[in-house]
Write a protein that binds this ligand. Structure first.
Ligand code: PHE
Length: 343
């Protein structure tokens, strides 16, 4: 009986100085485990006189459940303590300045693309993108550029095989649209990448983007083209802008024009950007060549149309004051960040 009492006291001292769950677990194993002192007391039973056995056994059992109750209670207490100290150590200092998330920007070419697309959608145009690899027929032949035509030299091309090439202009999309739409009216813009065998420099790239517009129907005239392009130039470069047509040549348009917009840097007085002329060339355009209409299945006596082709890089360079086309393709984040304010 003394031993039981001693054990109880010893245990009480140990458990009250116990600081952690792992210490508590060690204590449990050492006292209540198979080789522990409680089990040791049980073993003493066999040497006791018969009449003392039940009383002793009961006492040991009592001790055993008392100890395990104490352990359970201590466990709850320690768990709570550990949780509190964990919460304490994980406290967030809400006065610390936040970390700025590194948010990407819309690429200036996509900004320009979207601005142009929105503008023409607003005028009732349908957007058609087409394939990058096209049949020679649609890239050249249907655009009134036959195999031996000198105009093919203007656009050194990247051929995949005898008949297929990477489109050199988005006109290739328009020729497909025309064939599929004849004899019905058409009003589309065709944006997309185009490819030419060019050496890259500040103003040339072997791959760039165009957006071509095409309207075909009854009585579509050069003045409709002029009104449309004036509207576009003012939306993109400012309401006070003027445009002018200069005669030019494209095989698929007749008459053909090159279109200038009054310089947005100097307002037309003359500066280095417009090389002192007050005008900046923005695109090529014209009335659709009757031959092109005929090949696509239209009757050029009944319908007419206009077409224009905008370089998306060129427009973006003019609008945002970018001096080298290669900036668009080098993925320098500092360059892209400049355009956050235009989003
Ligand atoms: N396809 C011409 C080019 O790539 C642009 C253009 C389109 C000119 C439509 C006139 C009409 O240069």
């Amino acid at each position: 009986m003394n031993e039981i009492e001693q054990l109880r006291q010893e245990f009480n001292e140990k458990i009250s100085s116990c600081q952690s769950l792992s210490e508590l677990n060690d204590l449990r194993v050492s006292y209540l485990g198979k080789k522990g002192p409680v089990q040791g007391l049980m073993k003493l039973m066999k040497d006791l006189p018969k009449e003392e056995k039940p009383v002793f056994g009961q006492k040991v059992n009592c001790l055993k459940s008392e100890l395990s109750d104490l352990i359970d209670a201590k466990k709850v207490e320690l768990e709570e303590k550990e949780m509190l100290s964990k919460i304490e150590s994980e406290k967030i200092d809400i006065t610390l300045p936040g970390r700025k998330p590194n948010i990407g920007t819309i690429h200036p070419l996509n900004l320009m693309w979207e601005e142009l697309e929105d503008l023409f959608i607003g005028l009732g145009y349908q957007v058609i993108e087409g394939n990058d690899i096209v049949d020679d027929l649609y890239c050249f032949e249907r655009a009134n550029i036959p195999k031996d035509h000198p105009a093919r030299d203007m656009q050194d091309s990247l051929y995949i095989d005898e008949n297929n090439l990477l489109r050199t202009h988005t006109t290739a999309i328009q020729m497909v649209v025309l064939e599929q739409s004849a004899p019905n009216p058409v009003k589309v813009i065709c944006p997309g990448k185009v490819y030419r065998r060019d050496d890259d420099d500040a103003t040339h790239s072997h791959q760039f983007m165009q957006m071509e517009g095409l309207v075909v129907g009854e009585n579509i005239s050069l003045s409709d083209l002029k009104g449309t392009l004036l509207f576009m130039a003012r939306k993109i470069f400012g309401q006070d802008k003027q445009i002018r047509f200069r005669p030019s040549y494209f095989p698929f348009t007749e008459p053909s024009v090159e279109v200038d917009v009054s310089c947005h840097v100097c307002g037309g007085k003359g500066c280095p950007t417009c090389k002192g002329t007050g005008w900046i060339e923005i695109l090529g355009a014209g009335e659709v060549n009757p031959n092109v209409l005929k090949m696509a299945g239209y009757d050029p006596e009944k319908v007419s149309g206009f077409a224009f082709g905008v370089g998306i890089e060129r427009m973006a360079m003019l609008k945002y004051g970018i001096d080298d086309i290669r900036h668009f393709y080098t993925n320098d984040k500092r360059f892209a960040d400049e355009f956050k304010r235009f989003e």
